[in-house]
Design a protein around this ligand. Sequence first.
Ligand SMILES: Nc1ncnc2c1ncn2[C@@H]1O[C@H](COP(=O)(O)OP(=O)(O)O)[C@@H](O)[C@H]1O
Ligand SMILES: [Mg+2]
Length: 178
Amino acid sequence: MTSGATVWLTGLPSAGKTTIAYELAGRLREEGHLVEVLDGDEIREFISAGLGFSREDRHTNVQRIGYVAELLARNGVKALVPVIAPYTDSRDAVRKRHETNGTPYLEVHVATPVEVCSVRDVKGLYAKQAAGELTGLTGVDDPYEEPEAPDLRIESQNQTVQESAASLYTLLTERGLA
Ligand SMILES: Nc1ncnc2c1ncn2[C@@H]1O[C@H](COP(=O)(O)OP(=O)(O)O)[C@@H](O)[C@H]1O
Ligand SMILES: [Mg+2]
């Protein structure tokens, strides 16, 4: 059995985290890997139901997802996690949990600039924020602490979804994980 791993895709809303994660998931499944995608929006309906978007709740959300991802990854699954995770200390705690358990962990910054994200605006959040119908939007009026040393930085504004997924696949290969 090939090794499991957690691949965390962090970045702003509409950066492309979910799209790239599912593209990679398809490619990995074709190659016979076990894969799960732990998508932020889905998680918030179930294991993080009731949590909001305060700093504390965002931290709790990320720790819960990190816990589940590590359980999957240590059992041979590629756990792909397209979740904003705006705070460095939250992300570092997840990395540490993986290191403690000897479970491979990769941090990927989907570094699409806010100017591009706000035009994509998949869920209409940027428009709502601009219209004053929503506050606390990551990267606009809520913090996003950029990863300083991610394992990979993806500039989705300069490449196709397939190219982004391919660069991630290459990284997994280089690390002996695919
Ligand atoms: N190279 C690219 N990588 C990822 N998404 C892209 C790319 N180019 C355009 N897009 C589009 O940007 C949007 C990203 O949305 P989504 O994946 O839901 O973002 P997030 O999960 O980060 O909020 C999708 O509509 C996707 O088709
Ligand atoms: Mg998403």
